[in-house]
Design a protein around this ligand. Structure first.
Ligand code: TNX
Length: 751
């Protein structure tokens, strides 16, 4: 009976949902659903007065769904009228109204852009009602909240063809994004033809090889990459393509940092002699543009050609991550600091950007740059793209400068969107769909007047770990849909589940288009919990919990595998594989978790000193949870201690026999992580007086590459204590020299 009532409510809420909400992303601001439907005819009749280019686009998008014909009659299926411009109106240029009655579809707007946006809404309505060919009678009045709704694409770390870039632009158009930020130059490659400086592409558009796999692996593929770049004709073609879709292309030319590819081509623009080569690994490099006369002349000439190619109001000049190492040692730079009364090298960075700004302004354009352009004082007319959090945007808005919000933790689509074990290798971080959806581009610190300087929001796609276009699709979908609704101004975190329903509806369309979107929202996530003096593995999903199936024998789960009900006891080493199914169909990726258990697993552990906040994951329990630290997941399965030793005491519950003790420690000097210096193992029966049973030094730890296994003879004790000594102060000649080293430790076991 209760079940029947429940089912009734589920059905009822489904009908309410389908009655109240249309399958649209971004959701419009004003929607009035009326009685009746418009039935899609066999041949859809377009009024011949419709704006031409946009209507061509509409026909192309629907070419596999509908046939079209033109008619000059006013009773055509689709008619358009342009609204007269009214100065006072609250409505902006992107406003549109879309009225669908059982007889006709009518669009009104001030601009062709408004008409184009209305068509996107109509396309989504038609495509999501393809089955019964009926679209609901509705009146929509709509316009975006933010003028800048952007997506960025890095084509330097990995290159994408003109065709792929055009597809990317198409995705933006589908979800009403209007700005494409094209990251065209970086250390690893210069990707735009500049006629005056041919070496930029003959020399700077290729690299010897590329880093592959996780950064910590420090592995290279040995394969030359490139030359890959866009000719000016190709650039013009892309800009035209975007313009037809009412999308502004904002080019980015990086300076003063991220300049190795350019310096390889023209080494005279650096502070030191070189020779240089385009970077083969990822990161930040010391060789940057030197603020000399000839460098400015060069950059101005480059920008002149760029300005010719891109009609955008803003030109992005980079500005991020510019180490000051070379400038500190360069006599010319120091003299320039003195001559211009600058405070220091940060002042010089500001001088650099202001010099460029003057030039760009003289051509009638404005600069935008990453938030480091605030260093040492912001150029007078510059806009800021706030990526290292929101403070850059806040500072800009408070001082009357425009800002675009792209904070890493919400807007970096190179981050993971699901459990890294089920995702393609990504940069790091964790930015799932609901996190993007929860973002509010207006920082709380701003008052209404200052908030007007927030131009909008953008997501960035850096491609260090994105080798092909399939992975581009994977990283942006479905998160771009969340971004789109955030930028449109109709997102509401409270309604996330309802939004997710609309996303799932869009998946059908993406399937039809052959887009490789992420299914991470379906994924099953696992958590180790302590139970009965050992551990159990708890599985969950944000979807229907009855849809989880799992196996313990290493095979991939099928619809017929065991249904998950309660946490799974992990009493021995095993691999638990799980996945989410709906109506017998696999919806998620398969999640796989290996457990290696020992006599310490799930016992009581205490740490004398706690790990550093950012690397404390599940606290001390992490060290005995049966999951052995994975090098690729530093923030997850390891505990990190900066400048501190690890002193862990494990209460085994009762006298326990063991003869081997093991633990793991890491070495990644680039990230200031160093192997332990020594380790000691103790035992006790009362937890008070401990006896040392083993000690090892640095050489043994090094020889074992951090995977330490210690033969401790036959022991029979209730307490096991282990002291792992931090490497201390980082020695000279290493990154982070003179700072406190990090000690990363995981999984302390006894066999
Ligand atoms: C920081 S965001 C960078 C990029 C990297 C990115 C990786 C920004 C302005 N600079 O050079 O690709 O992190 O997430």
């Amino acid at each position: 009976m209760i079940r029947a009532i429940l089912i009734f409510f589920v059905l009822l809420s489904n009908t309410i949902f389908s009655q109240n909400k249309l399958n649209l992303i971004p959701y419009p601001h004003n929607v009035n659903i009326n009685e009746g439907n418009f039935t899609l005819p066999e041949t859809f009749i377009l009024n011949s007065e419709l704006p031409k280019n946009e209507t061509e686009y509409f026909k192309k998008r629907l070419s596999s769904d509908l046939k079209f014909k033109e008619s000059n009659k006013s009773d055509a299926n689709l008619v358009y009228s342009q609204l007269p411009k009214s100065g006072k109106s609250e409505q902006n240029d992107e406003f549109y109204s879309l009225e669908i009655t059982p007889k006709q579809i009518q669009i009104k707007s001030y601009t062709k852009q408004g008409y184009f946006l209305a068509l996107q809404t109509l396309i989504q309505l038609i495509q999501s009602n393809q089955k019964d060919k009926k679209i609901p009678a509705v009146k929509i009045e709509d316009q975006p909240k933010f003028a800048w709704r952007g997506m960025h694409l890095d084509v330097c770390r990995h290159f994408f063809t003109v065709e792929e870039v055009k597809q990317y632009i198409d995705y933006l158009a589908m979800y009403k994004l209007n700005t494409f930020h094209w990251h065209l130059t970086d250390d690893q490659g210069w990707r735009i033809e500049i006629k005056k400086y041919p070496k930029l592409t003959t020399v700077g558009a290729k690299r010897k090889e590329s880093m592959i796999g996780a950064y910590v692996d420090n592995t290279f593929d040995g394969k030359p990459y490139g030359p890959y770049f866009y000719t000016q004709d190709q650039i013009k073609d892309v800009v035209k393509y975007a313009t037809e879709r009412h999308i502004t292309v904002v080019p980015e030319i990086e300076m003063p940092g991220h300049a190795l590819a350019a310096l390889t081509a023209y080494s005279e623009l650096a502070c030191t002699k070189g020779p240089f080569e385009p970077a083969t690994k990822w990161g930040v490099f010391d060789d940057v543009f030197c603020p000399k006369e000839e460098t400015f002349k060069f950059l101005e000439n480059v920008l002149d050609e760029v300005i010719e190619l891109f009609p955008s109001k803003y030109i992005h000049i980079g500005g991020d991550e510019c180490p000051k190492t070379r400038w500190k040692e360069c006599a010319h730079c120091q003299a320039l600091i003195k001559k211009n009364n600058l405070k220091d090298e940060h002042g010089l960075q500001s001088y650099f950007i202001q010099t460029i700004e003057k030039h760009v302004n003289s051509k009638g354009r404005k600069i935008i740059g990453w938030d480091e352009i605030l260093e040492g004082g912001l150029a007078p007319n510059a806009a800021v793209m706030s990526w290292t959090g929101i403070k850059g945007g806040v500072e800009a808005a408070k001082s009357g400068h425009f800002a675009v919000m792209t904070p890493g933790s919400y807007c970096y689509f190179d981050h993971y969107q699901g459990d890294p074990q089920t995702e393609p290798l990504a940069f790091g971080g964790f930015t799932p769909l609901d996190k993007v959806y929860s973002y509010n581009p207006i920082p709380e610190e701003l008052n209404a007047q200052q908030a007007k300087y927030i131009l909008g929001v953008q997501a960035n796609l850096w491609t260090e770990y994105i080798l092909d276009f399939k992975t581009v699709q994977y990283q942006i979908f479905p998160r771009m849909m969340a971004l789109s609704e955030v930028g449109w101004g109709t997102s509401d975190s409270k309604n996330y589940k309802e939004f997710e329903g609309r996303v799932i509806n869009q998946f059908k369309l993406l399937d039809k288009m052959g887009v490789n979107y992420a299914k991470s929202i379906y994924n099953v996530t696992g958590k180790v919990i302590s139970a009965n003096n050992g551990i159990s593995y708890e599985l969950s999903t944000s979807q229907n919990p009855n849809g989880i199936r799992y196996t313990l024998d290493g095979t991939n789960p099928t619809a017929n595998s065991q249904t998950y009900q309660n946490p799974i006891p992990v009493s021995k080493s095993m691999t638990i594989k799980s996945a989410y199914f709906e109506n017998g169909e696999l919806k998620s990726a398969v999640s796989s978790q290996e457990f290696i258990t020992s006599k310490t697993t799930g016992k009581t552990i205490t740490l004398e000193q706690q790990p550093s906040e950012n690397y404390s994951f599940g606290g001390a329990f992490t060290l005995i949870d049966g999951i052995v630290g994975n090098v690729k997941q530093l923030g997850k399965t390891w505990l990190g201690f900066q400048g501190k030793d690890v002193v862990a005491t494990i209460d085994l519950g009762q006298k326990t026999q063991f003869s081997e003790v093991y633990f793991n420690t890491l070495d990644n000097k680039g990230s200031w992580i160093h192997f332990a210096k020594s380790a000691q193992v103790f035992v006790s029966d009362d937890g008070k007086s401990f006896k040392m049973i083993k000690e090892i030094g640095k050489d043994e730890i090094l020889a074992a590459k951090g995977k330490i296994k210690l033969n401790v003879g036959n022991q029979n004790s209730k307490y096991l204590k282990i002291k792992i000594e931090n490497a201390g102060i980082i020695p000279a000649g290493n990154p982070g020299a003179d700072s406190k080293a990090w000690l990363f430790v995981d999984e302390i076991g006894a066999l």
